[in-house]
Ligand binder design. Structure first.
Ligand code: THU
Length: 139
């Protein structure tokens, strides 16, 4: 799949962001090893801490459907009603969730402003020395 297409799907997911508190809309599109895409948006809460980021929404949807192998994720975020003007990096909690299911050396994170304007990082670059299943002798 083209990166531009994955970013388009993240932009589409962003339209569903439930953001009455921050007004900051995030969308994610998670690509599985066999080419399926799971979309996610951020979902806020009046009690604040139950808020779920777009990236984790995408991961939890995919994992709950039985998916375990992922190759990349596209992320777009910015003020609601506007196109993204910055590259919205995943928060630390989302990076840790990625660490649970992805190979840090090969999993790619695309942070995008548009389908043509993006930056690419590996999970290892975004979470150096990340603690994951391998540290506990798993996987
Ligand atoms: N947010 C995400 O969805 N992903 C991130 O990685 C950064 C933050 C959301 C959470 C909250 O709804 C809003 O952006 C402002 O923090």
């Amino acid at each position: 799949m083209q990166i531009s297409e994955l970013i388009e799907q993240a932009l589409k997911a962003r339209e569903s962001a439930y953001i009455p508190y921050s007004g900051w809309a995030v969308g994610a599109a998670l690509l599985t090893a066999d080419g399926k895409v799971y979309q996610g948006c951020n979902i806020e809460n009046a009690s604040y801490t139950p808020t779920n980021c777009a990236e984790r929404t995408a991961f939890f949807k995919a994992v709950s459907e039985g998916e375990r192998e992922f190759t990349s994720i596209a992320i777009v975020g910015g003020k609601a009603g506007e196109l993204p003007t910055t590259y919205c990096g995943p928060c630390g909690v989302c990076r840790q969730v990625m660490m649970e299911f992805c190979d840090p050396k090969t999993f790619c994170i695309y942070v995008a402003k548009s389908p043509e304007d993006y930056k690419k990082y590996t999970l290892e670059e975004m979470l150096p020395l990340g603690f994951g299943p391998a540290d506990l002798g798993k996987k």
